[in-house]
Design a protein around this ligand. Structure first.
Ligand SMILES: Nc1ncnc2c1ncn2[C@@H]1O[C@H](COP(=O)(O)OP(=O)(O)OP(=O)(O)O)[C@@H](O)[C@H]1O
Ligand SMILES: [Mg+2]
Length: 617
């Protein structure tokens, strides 16, 4: 075993560590591996047995003409073959078994780590790359132990043959074995090269996943801009680069065996040269010499396999590097919550001088924000694009951590609460709806523990104005939605997410209102659904609708990460120029259409003029 790993030592002291780490995953399958190795022994013995049978077959049957031998030799041969076959089956099955279990374990471990990483990690990584690590890189590690076991086996065979060779002619053996160190050097060299290419291949494969993931999820944009050809070319480029890398890898690994063979030939050549001299000089017989050469020739096979298993181990190490990189990376810390469960009624949420800057930015997205929201309040946030509204609400369930200040919930910093109880008490409904590949019912009850009875689900759907269209779906509440399921309209999707929020029944509601995704009819229904949702809950709404700001207890005006003013609609219109401007741009058209509909048919012509406060009253 020591020898097997020693071959990498010159490459990196680290690789032994890496290898040990891989092997650790095989530890739970000791039993199976032992069984497999035992079976390996059986295979070797029965192979040797079959070879040994040649002697009685020749001597007893063909020379002594023994009839009994005529019976037992073929029978024995059959039995030996049977044993060998069974042994090989057991050997390979259990090796595969341990390899596949390790693969399964590593995959889960990687996924479990990644899924608990904070949102920021996902924003900075490419989804395709992550998928590639979970799908491709781990498969390499699977071969690490089986290849090492095979290497050990080949090494032992080789040692055995070296023994035979030395036993037969120590002087000649020295010449033959002299080339072994020379054979070891290319082994290491090829290993190192292969490891490098393995690493590059894996990262190129990840690049390809990134392109695929991006294009498939952005296919609407690709179609709309008719850039299929361009994207196809981009893919072809990546694909070709991968092919070229694979070819380089292939050329190295295919070069390795002829080189090893050549070195073997040098050994054999040396032996023939010196052995021939001895035979000619009468120091040894031709028979001894040839059996020596035969043993030497038999060494060729294990050396060659040793080489190919070494290549497998190198590939495994290349995969391991990439997998453990993620498992170990100190900066990739899984989200940590506190220990206190949040299980009391919501009373108050306070921002105390909160400053937050995104990792990739220098200017803060939130700058010294302080605010108190009390139970039952309805707070609206308005502000120009990029003011920090979404950032503000995303800090509440701790999607991001503020660098300064504190967010205090019921008198305790949110960081004290366990993440799941904290998040279960906050509902977020945003304009980008996401539905899982699950039946309608499961989409509505997503994340809730235990089975939920039919009536409760239906009641939630009814309040969200979703029940009616759900019933009209092909299989009602059992209709599968999402990627591979039935598609819904924008408004229907939104009502489903509202039903989900009603089901979740969190006391604190955060809404990121849709701007113009819906037509006014659909919007009216969604608005009614939202009204039902907001009833009896504390809500913070990023407002894009006039009705929201008019019904809010308080409106916060945000600009460049700061709350520049707060108050009710009429107060703000009078004193805050930013608010007045925003109102004119964002909400006045609402007001105008409402006025047009109810009071003044010419109202729609008002354009950017600021209508009087409460025009819709
Ligand atoms: N994930 C992110 N990484 C880096 N910067 C971000 C990220 N999200 C937002 N920002 C930046 O932070 C600032 C505030 O963004 P935020 O999304 O909070 O604005 P907003 O008020 O919600 O705007 P909008 O009305 O357009 O939704 C902007 O300058 C934006 O570029
Ligand atoms: Mg936003």
């Amino acid at each position: 075993m020591a020898n097997a790993t020693k071959t990498d030592q010159p490459t990196q002291g680290q690789s032994i560590h890496l290898l040990k780490r891989c092997l650790k995953y095989f530890r739970p399958y000791k039993g199976q591996i032992l069984l497999s190795m035992l079976a390996m022994g059986v295979v070797s013995l029965s192979t040797a047995g079959s070879a040994w049978l040649v002697k009685p077959a020749l001597d007893e049957i063909f020379i002594n003409k023994d009839e009994q031998a005529l019976l037992y030799v073929p029978l024995l041969f059959f039995v030996l073959t049977l044993v060998k076959g069974a042994g090989r089956y057991v050997q390979n099955y259990f090796m595969q078994y341990s390899g596949l279990r390790v693969l399964e374990k590593l995959r889960s471990e990687l996924y479990d780590k990644i899924i608990f990483l904070p949102l920021q990690f996902y924003e900075e990584s490419q989804v395709g790359m992550l998928m590639s690590r979970i799908i491709n890189d781990v498969t390499m590690i699977r071969n690490s132990l089986p290849s090492i076991v095979m290497m050990v086996r080949q090494l032992l065979t080789m040692l055995g043959l070296v023994g035979v060779v030395f036993y037969q002619n120590p002087r000649l053996a020295v010449w033959a074995v002299l080339v072994l160190p020379a054979a070891l050097y290319p082994l290491v060299w090829f290993g190192r090269k292969l490891r490098k290419y393995g690493r590059r291949n894996q990262s190129k494969l990840a690049d390809i996943s990134v392109v695929l993931q991006e294009v498939f999820s952005g296919i609407r944009v690709v179609k709309a801009f008719a850039t299929e050809r361009h994207e196809a070319r981009r893919f072809d480029d990546e694909n070709e680069r991968l092919a070229r890398l694979y070819l380089k890898q292939a050329s190295v690994s295919e070069l390795s065996s002829p080189v090893m063979e050549l070195i073997g030939a040098v050994g054999i050549g040396l032996v023939i040269w010196f052995g021939g001299h001895e035979v000619i000089a009468g120091e040894t017989t031709a028979g001894t010499f040839f059996s020596f050469v035969a043993a030497l020739a038999m060494m060729y096979d294990p050396v060659k396999s040793l080489n190919s298993y070494n290549m497998d181990v190198q590939r495994a190490l290349a995969g391991a590097e990439r997998v453990f990189e993620i498992l170990d990376a100190p900066e990739l810390v899984v989200e940590q919550g506190g220990d206190t469960p949040f299980d009391e009624p919501f009373r108050e949420l306070r921002f105390e001088g909160v400053t937050f800057t995104y990792g990739s930015k220098t200017a803060p997205a939130l700058d010294n924000v302080s605010l108190t929201v009390r139970a039952g309040e309805r707070v609206a946030i308005v502000g120009p694009s990029g003011a920090g509204k979404s950032t503000f609400v995303n800090l509440i369930p701790r999607f991001y951590e503020p660098q300064q200040g504190a967010i205090v919930l019921n008198g305790r910093p949110v960081a004290d609460y366990t993440l799941d109880t904290l998040r279960r008490n906050v509902s977020m409904v945003s304009q980008d709806t996401f539905l899982f590949n699950l039946p309608v019912r499961d989409n509505i009850t997503y994340g809730l523990p235990g089975p939920i009875d039919e009536d409760t689900v239906r009641a939630a759907a009814t309040s969200a104005y979703a029940d009616e269209f759900i019933r009209e779906l092909p299989e009602g509440y059992d209709t599968v939605l999402g990627e591979r399921g039935v598609k819904l309209s924008g408004g229907q999707k939104q009502r489903l997410t509202i039903a989900r929020a009603i089901m979740k029944d969190a006391p604190l509601l955060i809404l990121d209102e849709a701007t113009s995704a819906l037509d006014s009819e659909a919007e009216r229904i969604v608005q009614k659904a939202l009204d039902n949702l907001m009833e009896n809950r504390t809500s913070i709404v990023i407002a894009h609708r006039l009705s929201t700001i008019l019904s809010a207890d308080r409106i916060l005006v945000m600009e460049q990460g700061r709350i520049v003013d707060a108050g009710r609609h009429e107060e703000l219109l009078g004193r805050c120029t930013l608010y007045a401007r925003l109102y004119a741009m964002q909400f006045a058209t609402d007001a105008a259409t409402d006025v047009a509909a109810s009071v003044n048919p010419d109202g729609a012509e008002q354009g950017a003029a600021i209508p009087p406060a409460g025009a819709t009253a």
